[in-house]
Design a protein around this ligand. Sequence first.
Ligand code: ZN
Length: 495
Amino acid sequence: MPSKTREEIGRKFEDVIRLALERGFFTASSEIYGDAPAGFWDYGPLGVAMKRKFIELWRRELVKRDGMIEIDGAQILSKSVFKASGHLESFVDPIARCGRCKAIYRVDKLIEEKTGMHVPERLDLNEMKRIVEENGIRCPRCGGELTDYSHFNMMFRVGVGVAGADAYLRPETCQNIFIDFMRIYKTMRRKLPLAIAQYGKSFRNEISPRQGLLRMREFYQAEIEVFFNPSRANDFPKADALMDYELRLQPLGEEKPLGISCRDALAKGLVSSKLIAYYLALIQQFYEKAGIPREKIRLRQLGEDEKAFYAVEAWDLEVETSLGWIELVACNNRGSHDLGGHQEASGQEMEVLDGDQRVLPHVFELSMGVDRSLYCILENSLTAENGKAVLRLPPYLAPIDAVILPLLSRDPLTARAFEIYESLKADFDVEYDESGSIGRRYVRYDEIGVPLCITVDHQTIEDDSVTVRFRDSAHQIRVDLSDLRDLLSETLAYP
Ligand SMILES: [Zn+2]
């Protein structure tokens, strides 16, 4: 594939941002004020609708398909939680300050930007300092020398109550799942392996948030924590149906992803258990159904230096975009780190019976960044047709299902069209629009990915039929009103 020029890259990213701002997908938060901090975004009406449909697809393809259970936990958690989880000590980024202008930089990212060299964020600070000096990296703003290398904890601290007791906004949604595990396990009368899911907000005080939805300080995660008995991770019959499914696996040491079946990946020891192969397959299938072509997906194995501090085995699901490969889901085998840590710190028993064995469950997680997933889907769907933008979203992810358009802005066409809109709006996400020429309206709705345009004309008044235009082909057909609901349901159906 020919490499893209910088302008082309800018264009694709800028195109998505422009679409988002101009059409109401998302916008920078507090934008009317000059002191708006970076890294906070508001979803507009189209963004909310698309996010809701994305989460519904996640529920369908992961939570329901696998028989998981879902919780919705508090966002502010006690200090003890993060002491036990290791976040107070280890959830840190390496930073340095410019000796002259006092600007603060995240050192690993600065090195990456200036040299293209990948620096593990857990690398020793002295080692980072050495790389900075060897490569002559200086403050990008003023050219000053970097000093005061230190670690910065990325959790937002909050004061609870009048006394302002220390607590934190959760930096990942999964901690609720770990601390609630025993109660859920008992009340729901489940057995291992047990998967618990949660969709909600997390907060990280990023040092340099940027690139729109790709690095935010307040963001959505959809996380799944699978609790399992490590000695029975291969005793997992559910995986059998997916053994021939081809994973896009990029194990350590490989330059490119290999297309390899779950069966072969297990036989070659690339993936440590059937249970993990199965969940990697589920998450890859999910993104294929979200419209990302298979060849743009990879599951890249992380080395010791790249893994999160709690991970035993780690795969990142990444999607290729104009900005390079973007990590969307961290697939981590967290071992017994979480339940073990909370058991020790809280004194609460976390061991359960699995058949005749008493075990402290291990955890395999699929930790998804929702906002960045939406960005990748938007970028991948945004195409140009004869100089006009067409957003080719999978119909079940489109923010609006269909729009009802009177051919002309006059009665009886407008009254009839509005009636049709009224009859559909409770069951479908439909809109009504009578302003502008019909051609311009088609262009407007193609740009935001509406799969069907339904046009009401003079013939409608005579025989109760409408013209339906399909976004991707611009093909038009005549449909009886009595068949319209079926056509909508068919077009919007999940694969
Ligand atoms: Zn400076």
